[in-house]
Ligand binder design. Sequence first.
Ligand code: 8NA
Length: 424
Amino acid sequence: MSKKKKDWKTEKERLLRLDGEERRKEYRRQDFIPLEKIPTWREENRANRKEEGKEVPGRGGLSDKVSLYKGDITVLEVDAIVNAANSSLLGGGGVDGCIHKAAGSCLYDECHSLNGCDTGKAKITCGYDLPARYVIHTVGPVARGHVSTTETNDLTSCYQNSLRLVKEHGLSSVAFPCISTGIYGFPNEPAADIALKTVKRWIEENPDSITLVIFCVFLETDFNIYKKKMAAIFQDNDMEVPEDQQKEDDTPPSPNSTVKEETEEDDNAVIQCDSQIQSPALGGRKEETGDEEEGDNDAEEKEEDVEMASQNPEDDTRDNAPNQEETKETNENQEEKEEVEIINDTAEGDNQGKNKEDTAEEDQPASKDEDSQATTVEMEDVSEINDTGTSNREEMKDHVESSEEPNSIPTDSNQSKDTVEKKD
Ligand SMILES: NC(=O)c1ccc[n+]([C@H]2O[C@H](COP(=O)([O-])OP(=O)(O)OC[C@H]3O[C@@H](n4cnc5c(N)ncnc54)[C@H](O)[C@@H]3O)[C@@H](O)[C@H]2O)c1
């Protein structure tokens, strides 16, 4: 007997009215991570420094408003998770496939009603069976290993427009995956620079509109990149707090904040949506629709060739948040290193002009050689992603519905076998 198909509008209205325990009963997965279990960047550093016997003064500031989390974004109990979607918004693979699978078929139905999304823009839906109340779908640029002004502007717009929807909907916590760095081939380091600098600037301009922005990385590569850059960009004592406001920080040292030796990435590991490669749920944290956000871009064509670091799938072991040794070393390194470079500073401030959706659609993303032993790969031949992000819409819908069962989660290995059609 097939389950009666739910009407997404009715379901959305019902779910968004629920709160607390009632809402939690609706989660498809009960191994969710509550927000209070995700330490801020400052709490991470503070716990590590305490172990080192160093007091970390001050409270508040930017490093209390961001977190680095390594693992599956679909288990985070936050107000919104951001989906790295394609312009059809009808699902596909990668984080997009994981989110659709975890949210259930109502997500597909609501997305279908949105009639797609342009590159750099963002649209919001209900989270349905996810622990996240909302999903913000944004379409990153297809970079194919090259980063020009267009791709930089488009990726910046993804973060800006997603955060704009957070503010417009009065949300207070949001988690971002590493947008465009998977099948769309945006190099990991420049993408991390854009993500961190765009979010930092937005928080500086909207300090009362957000409680926590979580950078949710999935790969060891990205975890190490973000850890290093966040140590430079989100300084621990970044805002002096008046003496009378400081209180003895009784944040318990995070049980898992000893560094995990950086392991060799296992090139053969297959990344799965529901794998338990999540950051430790650490102590000490606190807490809390289909509008398209117009995000335009000024598109000057200025090709800069960027060699793309190969992205090896990570091994499937739990990872630990930055620990005192690593953070200390990183911080010391940071003092020696020149300032973190900001790619195309102007891109973050002003986005003018029409977004180059067509160009992005026509672009052909790189086919990443994940087994490559080389640390960087020159982007050679590319294969093209079908611009709907799936081989066909009905197939995707069936896929989501049939994948209601827990064991049919798309994995990257399946995704690489996905239909990726060549346009003639
Ligand atoms: N053939 C397909 O339809 C197909 C295949 C693969 C990916 N996709 C997806 O890829 C396109 C977007 O490319 P993209 O590079 O922006 O996205 P992506 O390929 O999903 O990669 C973005 C980042 O998300 C990471 N990631 C993967 N799963 C999770 C997870 N469960 N939690 C957190 N992070 C995760 C992934 O490692 C990468 O760092 C869209 O078309 C989307 O559908 C489609």
